[in-house]
Design a protein around this ligand. Structure first.
Ligand SMILES: Nc1ncnc2c1ncn2[C@@H]1O[C@H](COP(=O)(O)OP(=O)(O)O)[C@@H](O)[C@H]1O
Ligand SMILES: [Mg+2]
Length: 290
């Protein structure tokens, strides 16, 4: 087994907006509203380079919107943010991706009708932008194509989907789709990967495998931010936890800091525990989806 490279978080104060020793992403005063609803209102957030940061919080807290805004898929009303020391708040999504910061996307219906391999190839072109591709000469275009296909196959092999390359993506199981989404994000060799609920709807065996892949990303020097509802998963793989509620960061710290924080219990964990109890007594929704 390879040695785990766990970033040292002992010197970091567990407070909202805490400064990190070597932040790869810094966010200042970001606000996003939809009509009258303020979805995101983050005063300050720093993400430590080379760490796995879990983002938790109730439904509607603004986690997905924050991901979309930071990666350029949605425009903020206000705010600035930098990736690797460079302001990126005015850049389009594909330029942000080319700099090395990507988020995963759920397999859409259109993508489900394409092969797994074509999904991977499209992830490379989609992130590069049309102009890049139309500027290539035919021979350079073919060289790029070959390179892209090779990388796609390597990554499919890495997430154990190599034998599915020619299948329609729509035939994959829930867990395999999540692996494909992860592999798609890796096509641009990103430095920072943002995963929105990577384990949702995934059976326990594939969750193990997904967590292994996420940890491997950190161990090869990448930074991971992921949204997660399962606190056992959060405890197992995250170095740092950020708690969002009503659009704002209400707490930050190691797992232990956050679960002991009354504000977090109030805003989030209390309801999660109540949901679990209900499920356990057979009153709520049934257990794990497969
Ligand atoms: N496209 C949209 N149009 C209108 N309201 C939205 C849109 N996307 C998100 N919202 C609202 O913004 C808030 C935050 O949503 P979201 O970012 O999806 O939260 P989370 O991912 O934490 O569950 C919610 O109140 C949600 O209803
Ligand atoms: Mg969400």
């Amino acid at each position: 087994m390879s040695a785990e490279i766990v970033p040292d978080t002992t010197g970091i104060e567990p407070v909202p907006g805490a400064a990190k020793p070597d932040p790869v992403l810094t966010v200042t005063d970001v606000r996003k509203s939809f009509g009258g609803v303020i979805a995101v209102d983050v005063e300050r957030l720093e993400v430590q380079r080379g760490s796995i940061t879990a983002m938790i919080g109730p439904n509607g807290a603004g986690k997905t919107t924050l991901f979309n805004v930071l990666t350029g898929f949605e425009r903020a009303n206000h705010g600035t943010w930098s990736f690797d020391g460079r302001p990126i708040h005015e850049l389009s999504a594909h330029r942000v991706a080319r700099l090395g910061m990507v988020r995963t996307f759920q397999l859409t219906r259109a993508l489900a009708r394409m092969s797994v391999l074509d999904n991977m190839r499209l992830a490379a072109t989609g992130q590069r932008g049309e102009r890049f591709w139309s500027a290539l000469t035919r021979s350079r275009w073919q060289a790029q194509e070959t390179e892209v296909t090779e990388r796609a196959r390597e990554l499919l092999d890495r997430v154990d989907l190599a034998d599915k390359a020619d299948d329609y993506a729509g035939t994959l199981s829930g867990g395999q789709r999540k692996l494909l989404e992860l592999a798609r994000a890796l096509m641009v060799d990103p430095q920072l990967v943002m995963l929105d609920e990577p384990t949702a709807g995934v059976n326990p065996v594939l969750v193990e495998s997904l967590l292994g892949h996420i940890t491997a990303l950190r161990d090869e020097g990448r930074t991971v931010v992921f949204v997660e509802h399962d606190m056992d998963v959060v405890q197992t793989i995250s170095d740092w936890v950020v708690v969002l509620a009503e659009g704002a960061v209400i707490a930050e710290g190691r797992h232990g800091d956050c679960i002991a924080n009354p504000a977090v219990i109030d805003a989030y964990l209390g309801t999660r525990f109540a949901e679990r109890e209900r499920a356990a007594s057979g009153d709520g929704r049934s257990g794990d989806p497969t």
